[in-house]
Design a protein. Structure first.
Length: 262
């Protein structure tokens, strides 16, 4: 299975981190081949096999792979021991409408699925806690990375300056044309549009990487502790899923992070 890893996390052998690509699975058509989302119309048997392959790569079971049903919001949930006491149905309910997860549990891989939106992985090496967020334009505009940091601080006492953060493959500003309503939403939310977008003739192009980087900095994350992968899902759609290129009914990558059990 082809995966992307992040240099900034390599100094921390106690964690596993990755983003999958399109390659190494069994799905067909627009889902080919390693679709890891059960929510986009792919055959459930194919998604299950792809998940099993992912789990075997890291020596975990499917029950240790935790990801939400995302809705482009900014809701954050903590995965703690109580979550694993819930029935599968209650676990599913708990994860509905959630776009970021945090945990201190070991051998639990939390993740998000994406296909142009920005997957954001967080690690606090001082308190040994992890987080993951799904930052599309709506999540970015509603400051999901700031909210995720707030939950880490509230639940675990994380200091933003201790965090290490990576942005996974996602659409680049060069390819991310948006309407004026999106630009106006960011202006209304207090963003400096000049720092996160450019205008070519009558079209605006939005930089989700820079918008989220600025949010991290404003929250207190140190600039040298942020890594942007630089992979554009749209221009590199042979390797990565891109909903803009393939349509909504297509595959999703999975970006995950896990704390190894000592």
């Amino acid at each position: 299975m082809d995966i992307v890893k992040y240099t900034i996390f390599n100094r921390y052998p106690e964690i596993i981190h990755f983003t999958t690509t399109r390659n190494g699975g069994v799905s067909k058509g627009n889902y080919a081949s390693c679709n890891l989302s059960p929510f986009t119309g792919d055959e459930s048997e194919s998604v299950c096999e792809n998940m099993n392959r992912l789990c075997s790569l890291f020596g975990i079971g499917p029950s240790q792979l935790i990801f939400p049903y995302q809705t482009h919001g900014n809701e954050v949930r903590e995965i703690n021991s109580g979550f694993f006491e819930l029935s599968p149905h209650k676990q599913s309910e708990f994860l509905q409408g959630i776009d970021a997860l945090v945990t201190s549990a070991t051998n639990v891989c939390i993740g998000v699925t994406t296909a142009d939106c920005v997957p954001v992985l967080f690690y606090d090496p001082v308190r040994k806690v992890i987080a993951v967020a799904h930052a599309g334009w709506r999540g970015t505009c509603s400051r999901i990375v700031e909210k995720t940091i707030g939950i880490l601080t509230q639940c675990y006492g994380t200091l933003p300056s201790d965090l290490v953060v990576a942005f996974g493959p996602s659409i680049s500003m060069k390819m991310y044309e948006v309407g004026t309503e999106v630009i106006e939403s960011f202006e209304s939310a207090g963003f400096d549009i000049a720092l996160i977008s450019v205008k070519h003739e009558d079209s605006f192009y939005l930089d989700l990487w820079e918008a989220n980087r600025l949010l991290l900095l404003s929250a207190g994350v140190l600039p040298q502790r942020i890594e942007i992968s630089g992979f554009c899902t749209f221009t590199e759609s042979e390797r990565f899923f891109s909903a803009r290129k393939l349509g909504i009914k297509s595959g999703r990558m999975f970006s995950g992070i896990l704390i190894r059990k000592e």
